[in-house]
Design a protein around this ligand. Structure first.
Ligand SMILES: Cc1ncc(COP(=O)(O)O)c(C=O)c1O
Length: 404
């Protein structure tokens, strides 16, 4: 039977403490115990239903975690204070000194910086590979490798990972396949394709209002318990805990994610086709010209489309900058990093979100200076948006012809 992530969210039923239609927000950092014995058992990790201290867990965080686990089809999940606050504990839980990670080379700049510059200080090394080539991924695996790491749709190049193929490799070599699904919530369900751990930066589409950072790790009960273990759990000990007030607000936004993703995808798909037809070098997984279009199609939950992210290449950083400034002046969106907002956001990743990646490596992976990454908004009239964007491009000489 087809996996229906939005139904799983819709079907969750919570009653607030006083019968409210939203769960009551747990506004406490610590919890009382009626007996000292139960407190001891809770520390030992075997007093079901008892809360100890909110860095470990809180009712509000558990509600959000369970909703996201339902969305991803995993046994459970734990929410964190940011996407990086989800990624770093997962990798440090799975890898220790002397161990090795095989990672996609096109990933979010912060994750890249962590693996390249920080993890080696702890003795964890990483090989960065072209994740779309399974033979190259396999060749990079060593007896020390513990993790295969990728983004389902990569930031910023929108490369698509063959999650089923990677899961086969992970099984063969007894590795954990960790997938960051931030760019494709609902559209792609990595666990259903064989991933072991699914991560999101909630900051983006899932929260959707650009008012907070947040993250989540979705996985087995066993792995999430390990992350939260008071003695050696990386999530517990590194302390990137989400605040309960925030998890309550993210949970409320999650309920409209399916409608928002449909609109983001519809608008992005419209613009990508128009940009491509106008002669711009356009990358969008929904375009037939995308090298992994068929692969994305084979993995997707079709109701949610190909996502809200696209890139165009306007040839130079100068042109990219002037175009973005003009589009902002004309109120077509904001010149800002991040994604998933109701307004379109645009930035030049080479000099912003991927600037952690050295220039020669950017060039090697195809991240050119003139690349603009768009997170397409929820615009009600996307034809009008296109006409206005096209106008900006012709005024700046990026496109030559006026629309007929
Ligand atoms: C794909 C991806 N993963 C992770 C992150 C990090 O998330 P956060 O900024 O919430 O820490 C980002 C942020 O841009 C991202 O784009």
């Amino acid at each position: 039977m087809a996996f229906k992530p939005a139904n799983n969210i819709q079907d969750l039923q919570y009653f607030g403490e006083f019968g409210g239609v939203n769960p009551s927000i747990s506004d406490s950092s610590t919890y009382t115990f009626l007996s000292a014995k139960t407190m001891f058992d809770t520390f030992e990790g075997n007093a079901e239903g008892c809360y100890l201290y909110s860095r470990h867990s809180s009712p509000s965080n558990l509600y959000l975690g369970e909703a996201l686990a339902a969305m991803e089809g995993t046994e459970t999940a734990t929410v964190t204070a940011s996407g990086m606050g989800a990624i770093t504990p997962v990798l440090l839980q799975l890898c220790g000194s002397g161990e090795h990670i095989v990672s996609s080379r096109t990933i979010y700049g912060g994750t890249y910086a962590f693996l390249k510059n920080f993890a080696p200080r702890l003795g964890v090394s990483t090989s960065f590979v072209d994740i779309t080539k399974l033979d190259i991924v396999e060749a990079a695996i060593t007896p020390k490798t513990k993790v295969l790491y990728c983004e389902s749709v990569s930031n910023p190049l929108l490369e698509v990972a063959d999650i089923k193929g990677l899961a086969k490799l992970a099984k063969k070599y007894n590795l954990q396949l960790v997938v960051d699904n931030t760019f494709s919530p609902l559209s792609i369900s990595p666990k259903k394709l064989g991933a072991d751990v699914v991560i999101h930066s909630l900051t983006k589409f899932i929260n959707g209002t650009s008012d907070t950072v947040g993250g989540v790790v979705c996985g087995t009960q066993e792995f999430i318990d390990q992350l939260r273990n008071v003695n050696d759990g990386a999530a517990m000990l590194l302390g990137s805990t989400m605040d309960s007030l925030r998890s309550a607000s993210v949970l409320k936004n999650l309920r409209t994610l399916h409608i928002r993703m449909q609109q983001h995808s519809k608008n992005a798909s419209y613009l990508a086709k128009k940009f491509e037809n106008a002669g711009l070098k356009t990358v969008y997984p929904g375009l037939e010209s995308h090298p992994s279009h068929q692969l994305f199609k084979s993995m997707m939950n079709p109701e949610y489309g190909f996502g809200g992210m696209l890139t165009i290449d306007v040839g130079s950083l100068d042109k990219a900058n002037t175009l973005m400034e003009l589009m902002q002046e004309r109120n077509l969106g904001y010149l800002a990093v991040s994604l998933g907002f109701y307004k379109t956001l645009f930035s030049a990743p080479g000099s912003s979100t991927s600037s952690e990646i050295p220039e020669d490596e950017q060039a090697e992976m195809g991240l050119s200076d003139g690349l603009i990454r768009f997170s397409i908004g929820l615009d009600a009239d996307i034809e009008r948006t296109f006409d206005m964007m096209h106008q900006c491009m012709t005024e700046l000489g990026i496109l030559e012809t006026e629309i007929a």
